[in-house]
Design a binder for this molecule. Structure first.
Ligand code: FES
Length: 185
């Protein structure tokens, strides 16, 4: 199958992808690694990305889409300005992580697993962040917040909203966007 779609991937990503092919005689086995690399570069897996991966692996796009829809770590929407991850593993779940996540969803008008309509927030459940005694744990971009009890979230919500209003170039949230010189560098 010919490669029909083009993707604006960084040269380093393309090099990593090409370096994997000799290690996997069965191209289909590269589906997960390629999805990871493309998502890491672009932030999410668009229709074009799925078509591109499928063409690379000589698969039909539906075969890649089935994999992407099965695994929760793959995103089908652009990531928000602020990325909120709520640990849902046992220790955090036992002290209210699910309720915490629901409250954040309400306060930020964003369903978990999605990006808010204004593009400000992405909320996701994640597995253990390795600070199990301090739960519920919430990670906002690169910053960890401990003891995020559902009834005590005002400070965290303010911090998340401030991060969104400061934008991706703020000191606390250096998140270069695809297509910018910082991202390319
Ligand atoms: S269970 Fe949440 S940090 Fe380990």
């Amino acid at each position: 199958m010919a490669e029909t779609a083009t993707l604006d991937l960084k040269p380093a990503t393309l090099a990593k992808i090409e370096s994997l092919f000799p290690k996997y005689p069965d191209k289909r086995s590269l589906t997960l690694p390629l999805c990871h690399l493309v998502q890491e570069d672009l932030g999410y897996l668009s229709d074009e990305a799925i078509e591109w991966i499928a063409a690379k692996l000589e698969l039909e796009p539906i075969q890649v889409l089935q994999v992407v829809s099965f695994y929760p770590m793959y995103r089908r929407e652009p990531i928000g300005k602020v990325h909120v991850k709520v640990c849902r593993t046992l220790s955090c779940a036992l002290v209210g992580a699910y309720k915490t996540c629901e409250k954040l969803e309400q306060a930020l008008d964003c369903k978990r697993g999605h990006t808010s309509a204004d593009g400000n927030y992405t909320i996701e459940f994640v597995e253990c962040i390795a600070k199990c005694g301090m739960g519920p744990l919430v990670q906002v971009d690169d910053k960890l917040y401990e003891n995020c009890k559902p009834e005590e979230l005002d400070g965290l919500i303010d911090a998340i909203k401030t991060a969104a209003s400061e934008g991706p170039e703020s000191a606390d949230h250096p998140k270069p966007q695809p297509g910018t010189p910082a991202y390319e560098g």
